[in-house]
Design a protein around this ligand. Structure first.
Ligand code: ZN
Length: 339
């Protein structure tokens, strides 16, 4: 059994008739040309006899798991025994109605990006799939459907092999806009843990929803993480990741230590209200992860920080909350984009 914590269990009937995964070469991103509800209804009706994917991500970041990742899902044709598939909503609601003939799939929104990041992190930890945006269908890591499509990304020499991910030549799934977001999403999933540049640097224009600045910060040293502790994020003594007004997508991770047996805590991306000389209060928990062991924990969230209000400045911080008297954090890494 391999079920992702936090995903809604929508397992299709007769999982085991799918056969077991033969390898975990990669993750493949797809687009639905539809909504999560519509795709779910279609998958549930056909069960595992039709085509299905392991995961689905809705317009509001909902995560459905349709197939246990011990078993194959059919979304990647001859590659289905080697690839974890993620379908994503793209039509109706806030995406509107668009001409589905051609390459017009809209960008993934911030909530979807956060959910894709969470799935990638889980798949990486559970199945060892590297957090690398692949450039071709034969690489291990995070790829997209069109890479394995005849008359698109699939080299002619690989037709009929496990790298052929579709029967249908020319398929563009998940569309050029979403494809352009994948490197940034993979970077978020990694939590900025490699080659961390200083402060903020320009992101790919339009790469993630037109957010134009990258956020990178890290602090490898150990710090106390007891009580409701705002974690320091760099060696200059900063606590604030982003100050309002700003829209952002942020992923954070920290190595939590010092918890005694039975103790736990919560790693929280929080909006706080800051005013010099006043207590800084949490105004919103944007994303929270329950921490139950001394290991590396990740949390990801998207939000729009408002403007200053009554002399208070809204800020994004990483907070650890616990009743443990001995908890510590080290290797705090922050990665993200903002407008
Ligand atoms: Zn697809």
């Amino acid at each position: 059994m391999a079920m992702m914590p936090g995903a809604t269990n929508r397992l299709l009937a007769n999982q085991s008739r799918q056969g077991r995964m033969k390898s975990y070469q990669g993750v493949c991103l797809h687009t639905m040309v539809g909504s999560l509800a519509g795709t779910d209804a279609m998958f549930q009706k056909d069960g595992t006899t039709g085509t299905e994917s392991h995961f689905g991500v809705g317009e509001n970041g909902e995560i459905y798991q349709w197939v246990d990742t011990a078993y194959t899902a059919d979304a990647n044709y001859l590659g289905s025994g080697h690839v974890i598939s993620i379908e994503t909503a793209d039509y109706g609601g806030s995406f509107g109605r668009w001409n589905t003939n051609g390459d017009n799939v809209p960008y993934w929104n911030a909530k979807q990006i956060v959910s894709i990041v969470k799935i990638l992190q889980w798949v990486h930890e559970t199945h060892g799939i590297p957090l690398v945006a692949t450039k071709s269908v034969t690489e291990k890591g995070v790829g997209y459907h069109a890479q394995g499509v005849p008359n698109n990304g699939l080299p002619a020499s690989l037709r009929g092999t496990k790298y052929q991910w579709s029967k249908y030549p020319g398929k563009v799934c998940p569309g050029k806009k979403r494809i352009s977001q994948i490197p940034e999403i993979v970077r978020l999933a990694k939590g900025g843990s490699t080659a961390v540049p200083a402060a903020t640097e320009p992101a790919t224009p339009k790469g993630v929803l037109g957010m134009t600045k990258r956020i990178n910060a890290y602090l490898t040293g150990k710090q106390k993480a007891t009580g409701t502790r705002h974690l320091m994020i760099d060696d200059k003594g900063n606590y604030t990741i982003v100050a309002g007004p700003a829209e952002f997508v942020v992923s954070a991770k920290a190595d939590i230590g010092g918890l005694k047996k039975g103790e736990h805590g919560f790693l929280i991306l929080a909006e706080v209200m800051y005013k010099k000389g006043h207590p800084t209060v949490i105004s919103r928990e944007i994303a929270t992860v329950k921490v139950t062991a001394n290991t590396v924990w990740s949390v990801a969230g998207a939000w729009t920080l408002p403007k200053d209000h009554k002399g208070k400045s809204p800020r994004l911080r990483l907070i650890f909350k616990t009743s443990s008297k001995t908890a510590t954090a080290h290797n705090v890494y922050i990665s993200g984009v903002r407008d």
